[in-house]
Write a protein that binds this ligand. Structure first.
Ligand code: AHG
Ligand code: MN
Ligand code: MN
Ligand code: MN
Length: 335
């Protein structure tokens, strides 16, 4: 039962009963993510006023120039999680290796690990366009009482216990799932609280928006080229509308509300595409499926892919179910 004006804090407490692992620990974990999101939101809103835009002059493990907000958001989320002493390990797009929380959790009693893309769409910061944060939560697979290992992080997406994102947009929203549907909360900046604004979010089964970086068109596989041509053809409900922000969180959020498909295929430039399986694709795929959408690498369900390395990249096709299924048909036909 959804209650209008319910705060995220109230919602978390009320719904922890129905959560399959029913633990206050997950609630505490969510509370720390909620807090870090508010801190980062505050800083994002000041970009342009304070010295927070631009490069730090470092290149991260992904080979990307780190932005000041990438570093800031990374530190805030990691510090907040560490301080609450609620997770045993954290992996981030901005860190070379995973972080084992040994200092506070010295007897290794914490059960959860978090994977995070602290600032998604960071190339949009300097031009005042929406950015986001993506998070993914698992239970560790190695025994409690022992240090966390890489194995704990390389779990299939179908093992996620929760995932979500924050979109720092015209308003700031936190959207998440614990495997029981998807709910969206909007931040009231005057009060500093998130309120349930989008209960039970669902992708329309079909849509009319396609989101892809068409500048890479000539480098795409034939199946993707054919699908893009299909989107552009004048037939039935087509041509579709092209919308691409260049920030996965924002593109996904729009497509979930309006109906659409997001594609970041492999190309002759990037043999596995660009998006990271653990920090971007798995959490968004979990949310998509929980919202009646679909996520695929063109052939395989994203959530069934066995990760082999922390920063692994995969082709990503995600959105309204019928549209993703259609794109997969084009991929198969062009094989
Ligand atoms: P991040 O800013 O976390 O590195 O992610 C950027 C990703 C994603 O948000 C976006 O959809 C995509 O990169 C855009 O890539 P192109 O500029 O190659 O289209
Ligand atoms: Mn990046
Ligand atoms: Mn990203
Ligand atoms: Mn990022």
């Amino acid at each position: 039962m959804f209650k209008k004006n319910q705060t995220l804090g109230e919602f978390i407490i009320e719904n922890q009963m129905s959560f399959k692992y029913s633990s206050g620990e997950l609630s505490t974990l969510f509370n720390s993510i909620r807090l870090a999101a508010k801190v980062v939101n505050h800083e994002v809103n000041k970009a342009g006023l304070v010295d927070i835009i631009g490069n730090v002059g470092e290149v991260n493990i992904q080979g990307e120039n780190q932005q000041k907000l990438d570093v800031y958001a990374n530190e805030k989320f990691i510090q907040t999680l560490i301080n609450r002493n609620i997770v045993c390990g954290i992996a981030s797009e901005e860190e070379d290796d995973f972080i084992a929380i040994n200092s506070l959790d010295e007897n290794h009693q914490n059960k959860y690990i978090v994977l995070i893309d602290p600032l998604d769409g960071s190339s949009n910061i300097d031009v005042n366009v929406s950015v986001g944060t993506i998070f993914s939560i698992y239970r560790r697979v190695t025994p409690v009482g022992t240090p966390v290992t890489l194995e704990d992080f390389l779990q299939k997406g179908n093992q996620q216990v929760a995932a979500g994102y924050v979109v720092y947009g015209t308003s700031t929203m936190l959207v998440y799932t614990t495997g029981d549907g998807v709910n969206g909360f909007t931040l009231n900046p005057a009060i500093g609280s998130f309120y349930l604004s989008h209960p039970n979010m669902q992708f329309p089964e079909s849509g009319s928006i396609y989101s892809v970086n068409e500048g890479n068109y000539i480098h795409f596989p034939q199946g993707i080229k054919n699908y893009i041509k299909y989107c552009q053809r004048e037939e039935e409900d087509r041509p579709y509308t092209s919308r691409y922000i260049g920030s996965l969180v924002s593109d996904f959020h729009r497509n979930m509300i309006k109906g659409g498909i997001y594609l970041y295929p492999k190309s002759s430039l990037n043999s596995n595409g660009k998006l990271r399986l653990l920090y971007e694709c798995n959490p968004m795929a979990f949310i998509a499926e929980q919202a009646n959408g679909k996520a695929s690498d063109g052939f395989t369900r994203i959530l069934d892919i066995q990760p082999t390395e922390l920063h692994q990249r995969v082709p990503f096709i995600c959105g309204s179910k019928n549209m993703v299924t259609k794109a997969e048909e084009f991929m198969r036909e062009a094989q």
